[in-house]
Design a protein around this ligand. Structure first.
Ligand SMILES: CC(C)(COP(=O)(O)OP(=O)(O)OC[C@H]1O[C@@H](n2cnc3c(N)ncnc32)[C@H](O)[C@@H]1OP(=O)(O)O)[C@@H](O)C(=O)NCCC(=O)NCCS
Length: 199
């Protein structure tokens, strides 16, 4: 049985607003042409304060890992969700990924879009050989995907964050065992090398 979801789209901003759409959606690689719609969605979901977040400090002037920036689209091609994974170190020399932002158009909230984006992103990250993923977000949502605070107890982000919202998940068992110290971005050139090795 399909659930009717309502949303509407402005072709200028491709922002989700309210009109009937096909509730089926697909997960695809993010493309250059998705950027405006993605920015519009993030503005709507997180507001202008999104650039002040501590995790943003790990993303500024960086690029998401190749193949790990995904979008959810309706069958009509409207962007209704986004997820990105970024290259970081979880303490000195321990390569990991930072997940975020994960955002879903409010009009299709609780319809499985966030879940589909998360499961695809984790599966692709694992296939690429990545060892672990960190994020800052609601534990009540992310626990169901295996993210736990215990993995980040001894890790430090480059700014203030509620420790209950700083979560980790191992893709390779033991990958975050003993993880401690500063979480830092991986310089782009090195990340490109790592991706090439993992591919
Ligand atoms: C959080 C978000 C990514 C979830 O995606 P989604 O497609 O709406 O949700 P899904 O279909 O994957 O999951 C729905 C389930 O998650 C629960 N859920 C959604 N947001 C939640 C939250 N912030 N905390 C706890 N549970 C949440 C729903 O109650 C529902 O539970 P059920 O399966 O028991 O019915 C999306 O709603 C979103 O972008 N929200 C705005 C940003 C935000 O609130 N982020 C909070 C996490 S940092």
């Amino acid at each position: 049985m399909t659930r009717q979801i309502t949303t509407r789209f402005s072709f200028a901003s491709i922002e989700c607003i309210a009109a009937p759409i096909d509730p089926r959606f697909r997960i695809a690689m993010e493309k250059d042409g998705d950027i405006d719609a993605r920015e519009s969605l993030l503005d709507r979901v997180f507001g202008p304060g999104r650039f002040q977040k501590t995790s943003e400090k790990l993303r500024v002037n960086q690029a998401p890992v190749s193949g790990l920036a995904l979008v959810a689209k309706t069958s009509a091609g409207a962007l209704i969700g986004t997820i990105r994974l970024w290259p970081i170190f979880a303490g000195q020399g321990r390569a990991a990924l930072l997940l975020g932002p994960l955002a879903v158009c409010p009009n299709v909230k609780d319809s499985g879009v966030g879940r589909a984006l998360m499961l695809q992103a984790l599966a692709r990250a694992k296939l690429q050989g990545h060892a672990s993923v960190l994020l800052v977000g609601d534990a009540a949502y992310y626990n169901r995907f295996g993210f736990e605070q215990r993995f980040t107890d001894r890790l430090l982000l480059p700014g203030p964050v509620d420790p209950k919202r700083f979560l980790g998940r191992e893709l390779i068992p033991g990958a975050l065992s003993g993880a401690a110290g500063a979480v830092t971005p991986v310089r782009l050139e090195r990340h490109q090398r790592l991706t090439a090795i993992a591919a």
